[in-house]
Ligand binder design. Sequence first.
Ligand SMILES: N[C@@H](CCC(=O)N[C@@H](CS(=O)(=O)O)C(=O)NCC(=O)O)C(=O)O
Length: 221
Amino acid sequence: SGKPVLHYFNARGRMECIRWLLAAAGVEFEEKIIERPEDLEKLKKDGKLMFEQVPMVEIDGMTLVQTRAILNYIATKYDLSGKDMKERALIDMYAEGIADLNEMIVQLVITPPDQKEAKISLIKDRTKNRYLPAFEKVLKSHGQDYLVGNRLSRVDIHLLELLLYVEEIDSSLLAPFPLVKALKSRLSSLPNVKKFLQPGSQRKPPTDEKALEEARKVFKF
Ligand SMILES: N[C@@H](CCC(=O)N[C@@H](CS(=O)(=O)O)C(=O)NCC(=O)O)C(=O)O
């Protein structure tokens, strides 16, 4: 069918940023949900998981693993990684910062209850005092509609995804950042993004206990 095929369990985890980037690029994709340990074992046995891990994406005849490598390929293929080396450097820098805060949020799901409050307040602090100020400053510095090169790139999509998670934690966190908020609403009305935000799209809901239980069954952690 030529469509990329995403192999992961039925949750956001490390695959959601890949779903977001493909959707924003207007690329239809299929998902093979890993529901049982046997599903994962079969992928390993068939030699599809170079490091015995997922996310794994079958795209253009390749079997890619490692989230960043998959994102880099998609961004390059769909012209979402800047027009030259300097734009690419900014995009890489912003993307890594976004990934750092995103990782803190992804880990929250598997944080023991007694540590959750502390983790959440650290996330709120970093959001308010480190990450959102940095992006507000970038937008203020050039007054353009996108973070890099005055056109859509992967970091706009990564930041939009992150802002939605930040809002799920505490919607007041965005209040002090008008330019970031304006970017969020501009991006949300792009046709491909608007469609992905609609109910019924392949966007995954917050990972609840049930989804976590299913993942534990598969990954035995
Ligand atoms: N660096 C890898 C890490 C992938 C990873 O740790 N995957 C986990 C699942 S999850 O963290 O994405 O939920 C896994 O397959 N773990 C199984 C194992 O490591 O044996 C990436 O970015 O893709």
